[in-house]
Write a protein of this length. Sequence first.
Length: 737
Amino acid sequence: MSSLLDDLNPPQREAVTHGEGPLLVLAGAGSGKTRVLTYRIAHLLAVGAAEPSGITAVTFTNKAAREMRERVENLLGRPLGGGFVGTFHRWALDILRRYPSAAGLPPYFGIADTDDQRALATRALKDLGLDPRELPPRAVLSRISGLVNRGTGLEAFVQGAAGASDETLARVWERYAKLKREARVVDFDDMLVCGLEALRNDAKIRRTVARRAHFLLVDEFQDTNSLQMDLMTVVLEGAGNLTAVGDEDQSIYRWRGAELDNILRFENFFPGARVVALEENYRSTAPILAVAGGLIAANAGRRGKRLFTSREGGEPVRLCVSEDERGEARWVVDQMELLAGSHSLHEMAVLMRTNAQTRPFEEELTRRRVPYRVVGGLRFWQRAEIKDALAYLRLVVRPGDPLSFERVVNTPTRGIGAATMGVLRRSAEDLEIDLPDAARRLPEGLSPRARLSLERFFGLLDEAGERREELAPGDLVGWLLEASGLFAMYEGEAEDRVARRENLQQLAAAVAEAADRGQNLDEFLDAVALLEDTNEQGTPKGVALMTLHSAKGLEFDVVFLAGLEDGLLPHASSRDEPEGLEEERRLAYVGMTRARRWLALTGARNRFLFGQRQPTHISRFVDELPPDAVDDVSAPAPTWSSSPGGQPGRGARTGAVRRQAGVIGAPSRSGGSKIPAAVTDGTGAAWRPGDRVRHRRFGTGVVLACQGRGAQLKLVVYFDRAGRKTLVPNIAKLEKV
């Protein structure tokens, strides 16, 4: 063991050889966190401070748990034996399997997986006479899970329900819980809740579990939630031998219930705790650490540490602000090709805030035949909502397309079920015509509801065909997404629904951009079909495209952090609240510290958003970077002008990093830059697309379109939190931001 300790630096050795009592290891990015955790377990066993049966190590993923066990066993040269290494849920389930009755569970209870949970939630909604299309099961389960992980139980929520929304959720939650009891199953959140209940109900069980956790080691402590913290404190009774390893600067799961206070106030939970900071970084160069450290220093919610490296030299961090997202993608791929001689493609990554941002990068990489992979998600053109929208577009261009018809005739749900499709297929076979043509004839055997639904469906397609002659292609897509109900399918604030709406908006952007390049809708659809085929031949060894959340725990030689604009990073959903803004800053920090040797920060001066091209503001985070560590390689900006379409920038910076201050008007279809014409309402106030507005209930948003004028004026507004709304400005009391 002494030879192994020689591999550690002084703070790492201090943490590994710590004796009894609570220990907090503040492990900065790339500072050897996993090494400290595994070496500590091996050291405790090697020196006889603990038996394997007294070791419990918990983390957040099965993959991380497997790797932790393997590394410990490699250090020991033998199996771990009776020690427990697993996730929090596995730990709680282990308690429940041993002592089910203490939590009020039957001896042989089952586990409801994700599909089971959705099925039970759907049944609960239908039992209460609620429409799963209006109140999606996934959204219901997400809200229940969020409440549970923040420590709110069913009974407390029912008693405190205020307003129609909470009361409805309370009824659904009660019914869902009853269905689980009847089926004798627990879901993933139940494992923690019931495990905690068993410990609280029986002191003997509590002592037995505590003996098995004589040394409790917790990885990624900054990501623990209230429920997990309760589980730890009940087992340890506020003392014990807890080793918590984490980094408050990498806490990025507040939306999932993670409590930053668990690591910030560790000594309050575990008095007398020893704190060891790991600040030497073995991953990144000094310029990368300087930029990341300068950014994260702006956060108030941190314990404070300063990463350093003993390595000398390193490339400066680049900043490139391009004219638009296509220019951003071109610059990024240009750099990849220049770096390909010294770095492997699979050691390069483009990190972004949302999945919707992958599209221009996918298209540019495909055009240049640079292999890539989308990590943690589907390629843009393979996403279900995009395939649905493309099917509608194909039916507008080619009304007889049977595959597209089958895909969307009942999407969103219209009551066109298996029986109706059977009638239509038989009719098509009898008449020897395509399925859509047979459906248009409304054959005998259809129910009145199916007949009406098909009439409306074909009426929509016919109207789309007429509007195709009047509207620009991008505007046609926007209209079709609304009229078909595809956009409404994903209303709500759940992360997945917001992402799907953003993807649909990106499809409208892709069609508009193709039109600017001279492609008509038929040519666009053909190009997409070829693009999908090309993507299928991609290699897992290619460039990685992923969100910042997916990048946590990974590292690459070359990293491009894309979309550094207010509204993207920081994201519009979080930028106006202090805690949310700090988490966005931590996300950017996580992205920067994924880079080993080369880092670039990119953005665009205008971007296709909310159905039209919008001017952007460079991210406020750029102002917080140390200028002497950043090389601004942006092309000179065109003339910038302040306009009613947005606020001017906050002013130019001196030094190596300069803000491209101001706002430019949305480009016209001819490629020039112009400001949309203003329209006055009944009070004489002027409004135009691109205006940022605030509503007392819906929050801030952007005007997408103006309908009518004078007292009849209505504004179509996309709100950051509430989605798309159509409002009369003076009645809704809209204010310009």
